[in-house]
Every structure is written in C-alpha cells, then in structure tokens.
Design a protein around this ligand. Sequence first.
Ligand SMILES: Nc1ncnc2c1ncn2[C@@H]1O[C@H](COP(=O)(O)OP(=O)(O)OP(=O)(O)O)[C@@H](O)[C@H]1O
Length: 545
Amino acid sequence: MPLIELIRRHVKTSAHVFIILALLSGVSNVLVMTLINTSAGVEQATLDLRTIAMFGLVIGIYIVSQRGLMRITATEVESMIHNLRMALVENISHAELLSLEQVGRSEILAGMIRDTQTISQASNILVIAVQSVIMIALSMVYVFLINKVAFALSLSFIALSMVLILRHMLTLREELNTVFKEENHLYDGLRDVLEGFKEVKMSVPRRIDILAEIDIAATRARDVKIAFQGRAAQEFMLSQTMIFLLLGLIVFVAPMFFSVEAGAAARTAAAMLFIVGPLAMVTQAIPIFATANAAAENLVRLEHLLQSLATKIPGMIERPLPAEFEEIHFDTVSFTYTDSKSVNMFTVGPFNFSIRQGDTLFITGGNGSGKSTLVKLLVGLYYPEKGVIRIDQQALSAETYTAYRSKFSVIFSDYHLFKRMYGLNVPNPEVIEELCLLLEILGKVRLQDANTFDTIDLSTGQRKRLALLVTLLEDKPIIVLDEWAADQDPHFRRKFYQELLPHLKALGKTIIAITHDDRYFDTADRCIALEEGRIVSDINSNSLQ
Ligand SMILES: Nc1ncnc2c1ncn2[C@@H]1O[C@H](COP(=O)(O)OP(=O)(O)OP(=O)(O)O)[C@@H](O)[C@H]1O
C-alpha cells in the first residue's frame, strides 16, 4: 500500500513506540470500561479505594499515552509531508527543461498541495482507527472471558465485516483515482482563468466557453464525489445496522438457545455497546484511509516521474570548469523536438560555429526559425541530440553542465521576474541606485529590504529593465538576451544598442542577443541568421559596418 510505503520510508520513530503507545491507550481505554462494568451495580459499601485508585491510574495512563501518540503522529506526519514537499521541489529543480515542459503542472500542484494535505488531515483519524481496532480486539478478549457464545457471534460478525471492508477498499481505490483525475482537469481550467484572466475578461464567448469547460470538469468531480460519499455512508449504515443486529442476537436470540448467566449477558451487552463507537470509527476511517492511500499513490507516482526527469545521476560528482574561457564551440550539434509518439517535429542544426569570449553576437531569423532553441542549447538547458559542445576544447558532459550553465545570465522572452533577488548577496544600495539611473527606472523601484524589491508592478519595458538590472548584479561572463529590446521605446532601444551593449562589452562580457532590430546590427561583432533551424548567414563585424 502506497501510504504504508511512504510512512515506512519517511517516519523515523520506531514502529515499536507507536505500538506501545497505542496499546497503552487502548488497554487503558478498555480497562476503564471493564472497571465501570464490573463496579456498576456493586453495593456502594463494597467499593474499595483500590478500585477507585486503579480507575484514576488508568485514566492517567490513557491521557499520557494518548497525548504522546497524537503528538508523535502529528510531528512525524508533518515532517514526512515537509520532506515530501522538499523532495518534490528538489526533483523539479533538477528536472530537464524539455521533460518538465511535457508534465502537467496541475498534476504537480495537486501533488504538492491537495495530496499532502489529504495525508496530513487523515493522519489523526487513522491513528484513532488503529486504536479503535486495538480496543475492539481487547474488548473481544473481555467478551470471550464472560460469554463464549457472544464471542463466537461477534467474531463471525467481525470476520464478515472485514471481508466487506476489504472489498469496499478495492472499489474505493478505483473511484478515488477518477475523482483525482477530474479534480486535475478542474485545476487546469482554474489555471486558464487565472493566467488568462485578461483574455477571459475581454471576450464574452471565450468566458462562456471556458466556464462551460470548467463546469463539465467540476460537475464530473462533484458527481464522482457524491457517489463516493454515498457509498461510504451506505457502508457506514450497513455496519451500524449489523452491530445493532449483533446486539439483538446476543441479548434476545442467544439466550433462547444457550444458557447464559443473566449478569454475563448484561456485561456482554455493555461491552458490545462500548465497541459501537470504535467500530463506527473504523468504518468511517475506511474512506479516509482509501483517500489518503490514493493521495500517497499519486505522490509516489509524481515522485518517481520527477525523479525520472532529473538530470542528476545518483553518485555523479559535478565538476567545475575554469573561470576564464576563450571560446565555446558547437561541433555538428543538432537537436530535434519530438511528439509523444517520438515523431520528429522540428530539427535545429547541425551547427558548426564558435563564440569567442568578449564577442557581441546577434542571432536573427523569422518566427519559428529556431533562435530560442539554439539559445537553449547554447546555455545548456537542452542537450545536443547529436554532436558536442566544447568549451576551450573540453567537451561538455553531465558532470560539467551545471558549471557551464552558471557562466550564463539569461533573460528569456518569457522570463520570470522574481521580486526577491534569490542567490545574490545583499547588494549595495548605491550600486542599485546607479543601475536604476543607468536603466532609467530610478524612483520606480527600490529595495524594500536586503534583496527584495518593493514592487515589480511596472510597465512591460520597465520590468525588462529590472530583469537586466538583476542580470548585471549577477555579473556572469556571458549575457544572453532573447528579444530584450523589443519592448523598449525608441529612445531606450537606441541607448541599449549604442551605450549599454558597448558598456557591457568594455566590461569583458560576452553578449548573445536574439534581435530583429536590423538598424542596429552594426553594433554587433557578428550576426548569425537562422532559417528552418539552420544557419543561413554568418557575418562578422567588418561586413556589418
Ligand atoms: N517545446 C517545444 N516542443 C515542440 N516543438 C517546439 C517547442 N518549442 C518550439 N518548437 C518548435 O520549434 C520551432 C522553433 O521554435 P523556436 O522557439 O526556437 O523559434 P524562434 O526562432 O525562437 O521563434 P520566435 O521568433 O517566434 O520566438 C518552432 O517551429 C516550433 O514549432
């Protein structure tokens, strides 16, 4: 069972501690019942202090063991969830870009939020259910001692219940998978509404259509859940009715066929009434256990999926690259996008070219010609399908890719601007001010604390300037900009090509920019043009002047 597998892998407290605490609390619980049962009806004068002291002691043991059990469970379960979440995030951060692009984001979010929460919420109920099982077992021992007939009847009843419960668990598992799938569709729709809010707001037919799609997914999720809850309620009612029937059997029918001492019959009935609660608890816990188990199954599947996307080979030791380099060389490098059936969709390359340290290289070409794909290969986010990338004669390998990637600062066309400058030392406010002045965003943004901006709610062009500010602070040797200037006004676009790029070059930076601004091509040392994934022209500065 996936839930048990998860617990076994993540929980550090020994199973013995849980068993001892659960036994102590279960035994003390049953002892309370036995003491009450044997003392009730006894003459007041014959009640001795020992029994009363025993009663107090048993309650004390119950409080201590129950509290300990609940605390340990909460600590272990929440630590397990923390570790699971961190492992998922870690795996995502090590995943291949191309593979991650193919995984449903809703599935990842559902795993991180819904499934972990389901397990967390189920944990206490499951502990109580385990205790209930212990209490039922101990109560059965008590019943055995006082009434063998009732014991035999109850045992048959419990065996029958077990069969029904196990059968029920198997069907619930199937149903829950459907519930989770429908909920994932629902999350997809919600993401569309939130991320495409402007587009949804601007078009009534689009809004109606998307809401209709969400309604279909939500209705399916609702119906499957109603059916699921209905079945759970039905099973609960069935088990309750069976308990009542069992009590009826013990009290009304059994005495007709077997001779049972009157006092024993009353004590048996009281013991049976005592286990009505625990039995109801176990029945109620079944759908909760099934849900937690399905959530654990999802998590384990997601964990395996993300692990399979990870670039990090277990045991692999990453190696550094020299800080300085002279050139990066593409040696017959090609890369192909394939669809889910491995049919080739688009190929870039083979590329044979070098980029020298300190060069300013422009990459041009029509839409879909392969510029961004070439850049993803160049910065180490995609791996060559054929050929090899060398840095100063050293072929890149799995061990050196992380070091290689860290030579680049990239602003992609679909970049993400972080409000906090993660991974950067706290910058000097004066340096920030200077850069804001240079990028003409002074007064628009400032540092709120240490390395967090007070706002990133800026115009499209200003956000890109802020992204460039962060890039400059990163101070990497190679800067890659994917259509960075496209959103800048004519004044700043000129400043970018005629002042900023030469300034960066003077600092020794290697600059690679995807651009369509042909009037500024002369500001580059070299200009590569792509068509259909291939280099169709490669012009150096002398020809560009
Ligand atoms: N993740 C992907 N999966 C499959 N095919 C892709 C993927 N990304 C891009 N492609 C295909 O690769 C081709 C090149 O895409 P790429 O993004 O490199 O072009 P581009 O030159 O940067 O275009 P643009 O100027 O429009 O940004 C496109 O025709 C597209 O069909």
